[in-house]
Design a protein around this ligand. Structure first.
Ligand code: ZN
Length: 215
């Protein structure tokens, strides 16, 4: 008897997910799929199903709304993520955070490394950890390697906010949440963020809440 094809369960899972219209349901912290390293994408889905899945990820990211979404966040343990950020922010925020527009991209089997010692620390949040934000010190610039949705090699340097997004999403594929890298004392509810910490950089927050910033 032939062993079951290991493509089938994933493809079936995704077909089931796509059988209802609209944004996909998001899984949240505590779901084990967010804590397992995702499997490399190696053609487990045929081209048409991959394209439909990517489109559903994009729709779900827009609806949330968010600037990135990784497959484990919809319960699928594959190394696939989408990013897109129109960056509708005031000039002072764009300058402080390097938050420049990031066009839609699909990251397949991504990995990253810092290009130098520079760090950037800002508040960030996650669709799988609703209601909170925390300061995460990350590489200011990273070299991202992987593939796109057509299997073409990607080897590209990201800086500013897009660098933060690709690190956050790639971490999801390694079973990490941003909280694993966050300054615990910076944790703030969205309400507290709105009330106190709208500043472009978390300098006052670090002072008032008692955590360190790099540099
Ligand atoms: Zn996230």
């Amino acid at each position: 008897m032939a062993l079951p094809n290991d493509r089938a369960p994933l493809a079936e899972q995704i077909e089931r997910l796509l059988s209802t219209e609209g944004p996909l349901p998001l899984v949240t912290a505590g779901h084990p799929v967010l804590r397992r390293p995702a499997a490399r994408y190696e053609g487990q889905l045929d081209a048409a199903l991959l394209a439909r899945f990517v489109e559903a990820l994009r729709l779900t990211m827009h609806a949330a709304p968010g600037v990135g979404l990784a497959a484990p966040q919809v319960g699928v343990g594959l190394r696939i993520a989408v990013i897109e950020d129109p960056a509708p922010v005031p000039d002072e925020v764009r300058v402080a955070r390097g938050r420049v527009p990031q066009p839609f991209r699909v990251l397949v089997n991504p990995s990253y490394e810092g290009t130098g010692p520079a760090r950037a620390a800002f508040y960030e949040g996650c669709l799988s950890v609703p209601g909170y934000q925390a300061v995460v010190s990350r590489h200011a610039e990273v070299r991202l390697r992987g593939e796109d949705e057509h299997g073409r090699a990607v080897d590209e340097v990201f800086t500013g906010w897009p660098a933060r997004i690709v690190q956050h999403e790639t971490d999801h594929l390694d079973g990490m949440l941003y909280l694993d890298r966050a300054e615990p004392r910076s944790l703030a509810s969205n309400q507290a963020m709105a009330d106190f910490w709208a500043e472009p950089a978390p300098v006052e927050a670090a002072r008032a809440l008692g955590f360190d910033l790099p540099g």
